[in-house]
Design a protein around this ligand. Structure first.
Ligand SMILES: Nc1ncnc2c1ncn2[C@@H]1O[C@H](COP(=O)(O)OP(=O)(O)OP(=O)(O)O)[C@@H](O)[C@H]1O
Ligand SMILES: [Mg+2]
Length: 348
């Protein structure tokens, strides 16, 4: 039973970014999924933007980690400490969890046991109810697709830790594939490229900046350059180089070849009627990777399916979890079917 004064949160707990939607307020937080832990005192020093600012600059006893790997929580204790930290930042107190209900997005393809582990972790921390929902369903809803019709939709989410391709129909996932390569491995690929090509070491934030500034999915884009700094591996001294978009295209291209193959194999898994719907409707592209220059055009050229980028590609999943708040899910906690029926409300 939903109480009128329950606080309702929709959370996109992503490998790179955590986005929180609060019912009645909209998106209230969007921060990197990073935590800084003091190994001497065992205390959480910072999370989100503040922890990210410490990457590559922290003393040895400060451990900076991503508590999710490829979309899945790798450390429950640290993940819930991070959520608590965010909430405290939002509300000035950590006790808000009490009486709250949360819908949390999870990658599709994780097991029911993993889903329940996430739900239980949040409930143990004080939430009244937690529901794990498949990320593609949430993204599609948040991007404005209506899911209750018998019509196939293809959603491609290019996140930080995973790329998820899912064909949805009647509120459920009909076929899906998850690729454990995405924005963060692309950053790593760029770091490896610079090391190989220039004998120079760069940090992951620099690699991400290179990807955002000169990364492209098309070899025909006008050339752009970026000046970056790193450490020379031969003499150990700081050094500057200029990189071009043509070079970074070769790195992005290797990732795209694998991604396109994943899209193709998902379409192969999908019943022919739904595949027909997808060709007609086009695919929805979301997640931070949707912002790579020319990626929509490249995927359309390679697959023949029209591509529409979501209006807010990095926020639509949280918006979608927000739209599910206060609703029932049909089936048990393992079911991926969703039906948005308002929950009965108690007067207080
Ligand atoms: N302009 C941009 N160009 C290219 N990549 C970008 C851009 N902006 C953000 N990204 C990348 O998008 C990724 C984050 O996307 P998103 O927030 O959707 O991931 P996530 O939800 O945290 O991860 P996942 O869904 O895999 O768990 C990061 O790797 C980031 O570098
Ligand atoms: Mg995501």
């Amino acid at each position: 039973m939903l109480k009128r004064f329950d606080q309702l949160f929709g959370i996109d707990l992503g490998t790179s970014n955590t986005v929180i939607y609060q019912k009645g307020k909209g998106i209230v937080l969007n921060e990197p999924t990073v935590i800084a832990f003091d190994q001497l005192s065992g205390e959480l020093l910072a999370a989100g933007t503040e922890a990210q600012a410490m990457i590559g600059r922290a003393p040895a006893h400060v451990e900076i980690t991503y508590p999710l790997v490829n979309g899945v929580i790798s450390n429950f204790e640290k993940t819930s400490s991070m959520l608590k930290y965010f909430v405290k930042k939002l509300q000035g107190r950590a006790s808000f969890l009490r009486g709250s209900q949360m819908f949390i997005s999870v990658p599709c393809g994780i097991t029911n046991v993993q889903k329940r582990a996430i739900e239980e972790t949040v409930v143990i921390k004080g939430a009244k109810k937690a529901v794990a929902v498949e990320e593609p369903l949430a993204s599609a809803l948040g991007a404005g697709l209506s899911l209750d019709e018998p019509l196939g939709h293809l959603v491609l989410n290019i996140g930080g830790g995973t790329c998820q391709v899912a064909v949805l129909s009647l509120g459920g996932v009909v076929a899906s594939n998850t690729l454990n390569r995405a924005g963060m491995t692309l950053d790593q690929d760029i770091m490896d490229y610079v090391k190989r090509q220039y004998n120079m070491e760069i940090g992951e934030r620099t690699a991400e900046e290179i990807k955002k500034q000169v990364g492209t999915a098309l070899d025909s884009t006008p050339e752009r350059t970026i000046d970056i700094r790193g450490r020379d591996l031969v003499n150990g001294l700081p050094r500057s180089i200029r990189l071009t978009s043509t070079e970074i295209f070769t790195v992005v291209n290797e990732f795209l070849i694998v991604l396109v193959e994943t899209i193709r194999s998902t379409l192969e898994l999908c019943p022919p009627e739904l595949a027909g719907d997808v060709i007609e409707q086009g695919m929805l592209l979301c997640g931070g990777g949707a912002l790579i220059e020319g990626i929509d055009e490249r995927i359309r050229l390679e697959t023949g399916v029209p591509v529409h980028i979501a209006e807010s590609p990095m926020e639509c999943t949280a918006l979608g979890t927000g739209m599910m708040l206060g609703c029932h899910r049909v089936g048990d906690s393992g079911s991926s079917l969703i039906r948005l029926e308002p929950q009965p409300e108690e007067s207080a």
